[in-house]
Design a protein around this ligand. Structure first.
Ligand SMILES: Nc1ncnc2c1ncn2[C@@H]1O[C@H](COP(=O)(O)OP(=O)(O)OP(=O)(O)O)[C@@H](O)[C@H]1O
Ligand SMILES: [Mg+2]
Length: 112
């Protein structure tokens, strides 16, 4: 299993989420975050205005998935979130040791 953490532009959330739901029945955690990449937040446009402060609002998605789904989920996020401009975001893929569904005590792939 892997934990995919994707930091994307907030206005891309809906299209990413819709495409993900077509791919499968997995859960998703969304957080409003702020951050910066290698431009340190300079020269990024958000809602028509250039942000003068260092941190730019982003949305962070966390998706726990089976290994065989990783490539498809990553390709989908890239396809939906990409504009080709700076600040499009970044995807982090982390090994995921265990998942437990609290209601049933199922573990591993069965708990996803
Ligand atoms: N190395 C990093 N570690 C943690 N978070 C990061 C890192 N790089 C980017 N992020 C997060 O991802 C968001 C989007 O980053 P961004 O797309 O600007 O990356 P970048 O490396 O500067 O790429 P680009 O040149 O396309 O802008 C940042 O606002 C930040 O929240
Ligand atoms: Mg950047």
């Amino acid at each position: 299993m892997k934990l995919i953490k994707a930091v994307i532009n907030p206005y891309k959330l809906d299209s990413v989420r819709e495409s993900l739901s077509e791919l499968g029945d997995f859960g998703l955690t969304v957080s409003e975050v702020k951050g910066y990449g290698r431009q340190k937040g300079q020269h990024e446009i958000y809602r028509g205005a250039e942000y003068e402060i260092s941190f730019v609002p982003k949305v962070s998605l966390e998706i726990a998935i089976a290994d065989e789904m990783v490539d498809r989920v990553v390709a989908l996020i890239v396809e939906q979130a990409k504009t080709g401009k700076i600040g499009d975001g970044k995807i982090f893929i982390l090994p995921l040791e265990e998942v437990i569904r609290i209601r049933t005590s199922e573990t591993g792939d069965d708990a996803l």
